[in-house]
Design a protein around this ligand. Structure first.
Ligand SMILES: *Cc1c(COP(=O)(O)O)cnc(C)c1O
Length: 242
C-alpha cells in the first residue's frame, strides 16, 4: 500500500473524528463520550503502523483497534503492541481460538451466549484481572448476524456479570443493513434501552456495562444519535476492502 493511501487514511481519521464530534454535539452529548474503533481487517500491519504514527497524539485515548479474525489479530499483535491503543476482538468467537484472543486483545466485543462467556471465563488465567467483554445482540433479526436475541439479552447479561473472571463493559451490535434511517435507528435505540434497563437492575457488576458499540462507516452518525459510545469504522477510513 502506498504512502499516499496511508496519508489519506490519516486525513480520514481527522475527518471522522470531527464528524463524530458534530454528531455527538447535535444530540447534546460530549464528543469525548464517543470513541473511534478502527476496524483494521485486511489492512496490512505496516500500513496500520504508518497511519497510527500519523495520528499519534491526536485523540490517542479515544482511538481503539479492532480485528475480526484471530489469525490476523495474532499476526498484527507485535505492530499493535508498539502503540497504546486498546485492541478489541470484533469477530466470531471460536472456542478453539479463545486463548489466542485472550493473549492478544484487551476486550472481546462478540460474546453472544452464556456458554461462550463461560468458555472465555475458563481460559482467563488465575489471578489475572477480569477480562473485558461486551454482549453482542442481534437487533436486526437478520439470520446471518451473530448475537443473542434482544429478548434473551438481559438474562444472558445477568449470567455474564456473575462470572468473576469477566467484566461486562456493555453491549455491541451490527446494525440493520439498510439506508432507511428510522429502521436502522430503531435497532440502535433498542440496544440502548437494553443497556439502560440492565444498568438499572443494580446487580453487582452491571454498573460497568455502560458502553454501546454500534455504528459503522455508513451509519455511525445515526448510532451516535442513539447513544453509541464506540463506533467501529473501516472503509470510511481505509477505503473499500478488496
Ligand atoms: C468490518 C467491520 C466493521 C467496519 O465496517 P465498515 O463498514 O468498513 O466501516 C465494523 N464492525 C465489524 C464487526 C466489522 O467486522
Amino acid at each position: 500500500m502506498s504512502e499516499r493511501a496511508s496519508d489519506q487514511a490519516v486525513k480520514n481519521i481527522s475527518r471522522v473524528l470531527q464528524a463524530i464530534a458534530v454528531a455527538a454535539r447535535s444530540s447534546g452529548r460530549d464528543p469525548q463520550s464517543v470513541r473511534l474503533l478502527l476496524a483494521t481487517k485486511t489492512v496490512p500491519a505496516e500500513r496500520i503502523a504508518t497511519v497510527l504514527e500519523g495520528v499519534r497524539g491526536l485523540a490517542d485515548a479515544n482511538i481503539l483497534l479492532g480485528e475480526n479474525r484471530v489469525q490476523e489479530l495474532v499476526a498484527k499483535a507485535p505492530t499493535f503492541a508498539q502503540f497504546s491503543h486498546q485492541v478489541h476482538f470484533i469477530g466470531t468467537l471460536q472456542r478453539n481460538k479463545i486463548n489466542h484472543v485472550l493473549a492478544n486483545a484487551d476486550c472481546i466485543e462478540t460474546v453472544s451466549s452464556v456458554g461462550q462467556a463461560e468458555q472465555v471465563a475458563q481460559r482467563v488465567p488465575t489471578g489475572a484481572a477480569p477480562f473485558e467483554v461486551f454482549l453482542q445482540v442481534n437487533v436486526s433479526g437478520e439470520e446471518t448476524k451473530s448475537g443473542c436475541s434482544p429478548q434473551e439479552a438481559i438474562e444472558v447479561a445477568t449470567q455474564v456479570v456473575s462470572l468473576p473472571q469477566l467484566r461486562l463493559r456493555g453491549f455491541m451490535t451490527i446494525g440493520l443493513r439498510s439506508n432507511v434511517e428510522k429502521d436502522v435507528r430503531a435497532g440502535y435505540a433498542q440496544l440502548r434501552e437494553l443497556r439502560d434497563s440492565f444498568v438499572r437492575r443494580r446487580i453487582a457488576g452491571a454498573e460497568y456495562a455502560k458502553e454501546l458499540s454500534m455504528g459503522m462507516s455508513n451509519d455511525f452518525e445515526w448510532a451516535i444519535a442513539e447513544g453509541a459510545t464506540i463506533v467501529r469504522i473501516g472503509s470510511a477510513i481505509f477505503g473499500d476492502r478488496a
